[in-house]
Design a protein around this ligand. Structure first.
Ligand code: SF4
Ligand code: SF4
Ligand code: SF4
Length: 331
């Protein structure tokens, strides 16, 4: 083993496995990279325990996949930060909390009660809930405890590089691979806070026709009538998160005649994603009649949007500035 190789770890938080698969999509390049890189911890592909992470003397690049939803995820993240020169949040869950963030609409206790006690098919007469201490034959086998809230990685530790996507796809993986190889060859540090894929929005690369002025008279959902497959979704009254989503997927949903749900997360310069989108939408609603409409009429049009939190914040609720509960959790 060359002593010049850099050491990489891939540490999972609350994750579905998709981000691991996306890294595995490096395919042969992953094997080529072993000339430059030692992957010294990756529990998804080999039997590693937290102790193994603790026992590493140093890490060059620590990749974290998934959000923080268990206390042991937070512990792993802190160990990673302590040992790694650079910490990478890989995938939308690590960057923004991901789809699990919608769990922050309920408290931890509400979630546990719902899942382990109150669903119609649950039989749990002793009311056992994960997180309670369990000792079997004198051995402590207490299951992992949920954190109070689902959190993105940067709520726990400082992050040096963000790779967006649920999961990151080809262009972002290629870009990330180049960054890794460049670091392995030249030891050139990352630009701190760097985001992959970049700063353009999906609208910037979208092939659909965008009218100069969009006026939304009524919102509708994709199943409510025909969709013009060449016209901008917003111009058809269908919510599309293109204006607040970073371009990096090649507009794959748009090309399949489906609006963007925002799975890559926002470009670097948008901090409050939902706030930005709501203000964009408000400026499009009946713009020409805006002065004639009462506040109630404007509100009625906006209220036609079904499930606003799930619509605007499906992948980023844990990191939105309107997420008061998550803000409280940081105190
Ligand atoms: S970002 Fe998406 S693909 Fe990656 S772990 Fe989260 S849910 Fe899975
Ligand atoms: S809102 Fe959606 S459909 Fe319209 S230009 Fe932007 S990405 Fe394309
Ligand atoms: S179009 Fe939107 S939802 Fe679809 S893959 Fe791209 S960023 Fe994700």
């Amino acid at each position: 083993m060359s002593t010049n190789k850099i050491k990489i770890t891939i540490v999972p938080g609350a994750a579905c496995g998709g981000c691991d698969v996306s890294l595995a999509n490096l395919g042969e390049r992953l094997l080529e990279a072993t000339e430059l890189v030692d992957i010294v911890f990756w529990p998804t592909v080999a039997d590693f325990k937290l102790e193994d992470l603790k026992n590493l003397d140093h890490i060059d690049i620590g990749i974290f996949i998934g959000s923080i939803r268990l206390e042991k995820h937070a512990e792993a993240a802190k160990i990673l930060r302590e040992k790694a020169k650079f910490v990478v949040a890989y995938g939308t869950c690590a960057c923004y909390g991901g789809i699990f963030g919608l769990g922050n609409l309920s408290t931890r206790e509400e979630l546990l009660k719902k899942v382990y006690l109150n669903t119609p098919t649950t039989e749990n007469p002793e009311e056992k809930i994960p997180g309670q201490k369990v000792v079997i034959n004198g051995v402590d086998v207490t299951p992992p405890r949920l954190t109070e809230w689902n959190l993105p990685l940067n709520n726990i530790v400082t992050v040096d590089l963000y790779v967006q996507g649920c999961p990151p796809i080809e262009d972002s993986i290629n870009h990330f691979y180049e960054v890794l190889v460049s670091y392995a060859k030249n030891r050139k540090p990352f630009e701190k806070g760097m985001m992959i894929p970049g700063a353009k929005t999906l609208c910037d690369i979208c092939p659909r026709k965008k009218p100069e002025k969009i006026v939304i008279e009524k919102f509708r959902r994709v199943h409510e009538g025909p969709i013009d497959d060449e016209l901008c979704f917003l111009a058809q009254g269908i919510i599309c998160l293109g204006p607040i989503t970073v371009a990096g997927c090649g507009a794959s949903c748009i090309k399949a005649n489906m609006p963007c749900r925002g799975c890559l997360g926002p470009p670097a310069d948008i901090i409050d994603r939902a706030g930005k989108f709501i203000s964009t939408i408000a400026s499009l609603v009946e713009i020409e009649r805006e002065k004639e409409l009462s506040d109630e009429e404007l509100m009625r049009i906006v209220q036609e949007i079904v499930d606003p939190v799930g619509t605007f914040h499906r992948f980023t609720f844990s990191s939105g500035v309107i997420n008061k509960k998550q803000e409280d959790a940081k105190k």
